[in-house]
Design a binder for this molecule. Structure first.
Ligand code: AMP
Ligand code: ZN
Length: 471
């Protein structure tokens, strides 16, 4: 079965087909963090979901170009910059750094491009100029430039492709200047915001006077610059469907830069939100967690990642602290099983490959059915443990099991157990044994082997020299 994904555009599950005629290259844009504060676990649910999409595509042999922007200028950031008195770049750098650290903690693959909005002002201005030329943008009395939904529609274009909107309720010329606006209000939105005193030093020159970009145009400009005017996949949390992504489509397609018949984006994927203890996360409810908060509570990155990966991306996910404890137990079961497989040693042979990999990948092909994918993993753990207990697993089968896990783990990214470090005094004993063997003092060498054994370690003589392995 080929990969199928839900597409917000058609509201249905569709075969995933990239534009690349060779069917291999895939362009994927993920709306990245707004670096005005530390990211919370809801944000990271969406980023872990995007990471799973990328890893599964790569597993299936696609050559993914993954772009994740950094929103480093928008309303909330400007407010904070004003409050703190820091320079824009100084303020955002600390949270961008924190985001990168959290991303590493969760083992998110680094995107191939991480554009910052402030480094693409030229692309943004060019895109607005194209919209002006098409007649879809206008400068209002406040000096700001807005996108005209009425003009766009009267040119036969559709506004409201990702979400059904009540366009009749819209009053022509009604405008919204804020980056985030009421989900129900359909209004002309700001492309370029004229400089106001509250912006402080945050402004750039443009043909329409000094100012700064609106949030929506940033993503249109960066994604098309790096992936071309028409690309395969665009991801974000469900709150971005409207207005952010709807506006991105209007701006990008309104600029008429696509080949005839091609949309801006072919597949739109949106992740459902994360709740905490059944409620919307909020600082005032005291149920707001950053990754750092959870690490301080003793959780590890792999436990958080595991937990965020347990629910299907289109289902709301209820985060609980008990869930984290469950993640630890589940990972412990996998680690224990792998430890036993490692102890059996052996060399993998193709005829022993378990059904795990095929079942796992087919589950993910089905619109990332992660529950079925985990079920394949845990059934494999159960069957393996049973065979281990019966003593019926051969070393070759054990090695094939480990190899299968390595493949599955490339997609899951929850890491294996940390290889146990050999204590330094035992390394010294092993070296002493090796020296005794060289000196042909075999009695001493055997005595040292026994000492190591009583400490729980076996010495294996390999072509690369002796190795210590846990008994
Ligand atoms: P932001 O940093 O606010 O721009 O958001 C970054 C990403 O996190 C976006 O894709 C949002 O849709 C997503 N997001 C925000 N809140 C949540 C949440 N509670 N659960 C899941 N994703 C979220
Ligand atoms: Zn975006």
């Amino acid at each position: 079965m080929a990969l199928r994904l839900f597409n917000t555009l058609s509201r249905s599950i569709e075969p995933f087909v990239p534009w690349d005629p060779a069917g291999r290259a895939v362009g994927m844009y993920v709306c990245g963090p707004t670096v005005y504060d530390f990211g919370h676990i809801g944000n990271f649910r969406t980023f872990v979901f995007a990471d799973l999409v990328r890893r599964h595509l790569e597993f299936r042999g696609y050559a993914v170009t993954h772009v994740m922007n950094v929103t480093d200028v928008e309303d909330k950031i400007i407010r904070r910059v004003r409050e703190t008195g820091l320079a824009l770049a100084e303020y955002t750098a600390q949270y961008e750094q924190a985001f990168l650290e959290d991303a590493r903690t969760l083992n998110l693959l680094a995107p191939h491009h991480r554009p910052r909005a402030t480094e693409h002002i030229g692309d943004i201005v060019d895109l607005i100029a194209k919209l002006m030329a098409q007649g879809f943008a206008y400068q209002a009395a406040d000096g700001s430039v807005y996108f005209s939904i009425a003009k766009y529609r009267s040119a036969g274009r559709r506004y409201g492709v990702l979400k059904t909107l009540d366009l009749e309720a819209m009053r022509v010329g009604e405008r919204v200047a804020a980056d985030e606006y009421d989900k129900e209000s359909v209004a002309d939105f700001a492309l370029w915001k004229a400089r106001v005193p509250e912006d402080g030093a945050v402004f750039w020159p443009s043909p329409w006077g000094e100012g700064r970009p609106g949030w929506h145009i940033e993503c249109s400009a960066m994604s098309m610059r790096l992936l071309g005017p028409s690309f395969d996949l665009h991801l974000g949390g469900e709150d971005l469907i409207f207005p952010h992504h709807e506006d991105e489509i209007a701006q990008s397609e309104g600029a008429a830069v696509q080949e005839a018949g091609r949309p801006f984006v072919r597949h739109w994927l949106h992740g459902a939100h994360l709740l905490v203890e059944g409620r919307k996360m909020s600082k005032s409810l005291g149920n707001f967690f950053t990754i750092r908060d959870l690490l301080a509570k003793g959780a590890t990155g792999r436990e958080i990642r595991y937990l965020l990966l347990t629910a299907h991306y289109r289902e709301p996910f209820n985060f609980t602290l008990e869930g984290l404890a469950g993640a630890r137990a589940a990972l412990g079961r996998i680690d224990e099983c792998l430890g036993k497989l490692r102890a059996l040693g052996g060399d993998a042979r193709a005829e022993h490959e378990p059904a795990l990999v095929g079942r796992f990948a087919e589950a993910l092909d089905d619109d990332l059915n992660i529950s079925a994918a985990w079920a394949a993993v845990f059934e494999w753990v159960r069957d393996t443990n049973r065979a281990l207990a019966e003593g019926s697993l051969t070393p070759a089968q054990a090695a094939a099991g480990r190899a299968a896990w390595v493949r599955v783990e490339q997609v899951l990214g929850v890491g294996g157990p940390v290889e146990e470090q050999v204590p330094a005094d035992l390394v010294a004993l092993a070296e002493e044994r090796q020296a005794a063997r060289k000196a042909k003092d075999f009695a001493r060498a055997d005595a040292l082997r026994l000492t190591l054994k009583t400490r729980g370690w076996a010495v294996e003589d390999t072509p690369k020299g002796p190795k210590l392995k846990r008994l």
